[in-house]
Design a protein around this ligand. Structure first.
Ligand code: FAD
Length: 383
């Protein structure tokens, strides 16, 4: 059985069949939709380019019993308790993803996680509509991009001193001009106290008036249904490097899984599409008794203010080497190296080759010539 019919869920079904599993597969999903992709929700859907992002997967050919609108409520060994009754299982994939964090206050507050959220929000975008976006992270930046394109007046309120602070640290400051050029009122270092009718109340007591408030301040793993089940939980479902949980015959994948990374020597929970796409292959192999390890260099992308922003690796403690001058050249990047000059993370802005080559260099782990790394005219693979 697979619980959670997002990308990681449907990929798990595909992987089960690809591994030759011929038994019954039940896929249960709380949403009343066929599995769909989320990255386009804040891009093509909000921009009006498409209304559907359904994953190209033939559920009929996969012979899966798909139960949309059914939610898991609890788990005990061999049985998932759902809103449609108890369902027995021999093997279980947990793929329940994550849910957006909401702020305090009784004013209307939009989040962006589902296709319904995206279509609902898009319908509110119109010239002159005042939108307050809380959070200048990935979602906040993409919502802002779409809202400005629709002619809305946008104020972005961010508690940190730079956009994308959690992901990029000080390098996020180089995206401030994108907000300015787009005509966005960006308020950094500004905490929100509550979402109220008519806008936001800030921590200093002042107000931001808005017709629509969108909150993009992060997500939490959707694992409340596993409380007391015996599945270890710690910021998501705790798994080993094979994506096995503490309960025999149960694996976890995607945004809800906190797996042990051999590469980084710590547990990782990565809320990115690439993880939902690729982890199921390993989880299903483990479920079927094969020896498989999940140990990727994490990767994600974002499309904001007309720029393709891509990042691979992890840079905690790494030394920053800027690649190009963001003030002079709109196509730039950043690299982080460790104390042996090995690349640990790469950020590329409209330089997709840097991303591809950088990811390989991170995987390979050879020392680089840092002076050449700083020169954007030198290909990363030649550094
Ligand atoms: P989800 O997609 O969250 O799917 C989990 C499913 O399980 C949901 O349908 C949920 O309703 C269901 N569920 C939850 N609880 C239960 C329950 N108890 N019973 C049954 N069903 C349940 N990543 C990138 O790398 N690049 C991007 O540009 C990017 N853009 C994004 C834009 C948006 C707007 C969003 C929301 C995410 C974006 N992401 C992006 C992240 C990426 O989409 C996620 O990492 C990915 O969707 C995770 O897939 P998942 O299957 O693990 O979880």
């Amino acid at each position: 059985m697979v619980v959670g019919a997002g990308l990681a869920g449907v990929r798990s079904v595909e992987a089960l069949r690809a591994h030759g599993f011929a038994g019954t597969i039940t896929l249960i999903g709380e949403e009343r939709h066929r599995p769909y992709d989320r990255p386009p929700l804040s891009k093509a859907v909000l921009l009006g380019g498409t209304d559907s992002t359904v994953v190209d997967s033939d559920l009929g050919a996969l012979e899966v019993s798909f139960r949309p609108g059914a939610a898991a409520k609890g788990l005990r060994p061999g049985v998932v308790e759902t809103t449609e009754g108890e369902l027995p299982y021999d093997g279980l994939v947990i793929a329940t993803g994550a849910r957006p964090v909401r702020l305090l206050g009784d004013g209307p507050q939009h989040v962006l996680r589902t296709i319904d959220d995206a279509l609902g929000l898009r319908a509110l975008f119109a010239p002159g509509v005042r939108i307050a976006v809380v959070g200048a992270g990935w979602i906040g930046a993409e919502v802002t991009t779409a809202a400005r394109r629709a002619g809305c007046e946008v104020t972005v309120v961010e508690a940190a001193d730079v956009p994308l602070a959690a992901a990029l640290g000080p390098v996020g400051a180089w995206t401030v001009p994108w907000y300015e050029q787009a005509g966005v009122d960006l308020r950094l270092g500004t905490a929100v106290a509550s979402v109220d009718h008519g806008g936001l109340t800030l921590a200093d007591g002042s107000a931001v008036e808005a017709d629509v408030v969108v909150t993009g301040v992060g997500v939490r793993p959707a694992v409340e249904w596993l409380a007391g089940s015996g599945v270890g939980l710690d910021d998501g479902v705790v798994t080993d490097e094979h994506l096995r949980t503490s309960l025999p015959g149960v694996v976890a994948v995607g945004d809800c899984a906190a797996w042990w990374s051999r590469r980084y020597g710590r547990r990782l929970r990565v809320e990115h599409w690439d993880t939902a796409l690729n982890a199921p292959e390993v989880a299903v192999a483990s479920l079927m008794g094969e020896e498989a390890v999940y140990d990727p260099v994490p990767y994600f992308w974002s499309e904001q203010f007309g720029h393709m922003v891509q990042y691979a690796g992890r840079h905690d403690g790494g030394r920053l080497v800027m690649r190009g001058d963001p003030g002079a050249d709109p196509k730039w990047g950043a690299c982080w190296v460790d104390d042996r000059d090995r690349l640990v993370a790469v950020l590329s802005v409209d330089r997709p080759r840097d991303l591809v080559q950088g990811r390989r260099l991170i995987e390979g782990g050879r020392p680089l010539d840092v002076e050449r790394l700083a020169d954007p005219a030198v290909a990363l693979r030649d550094c």
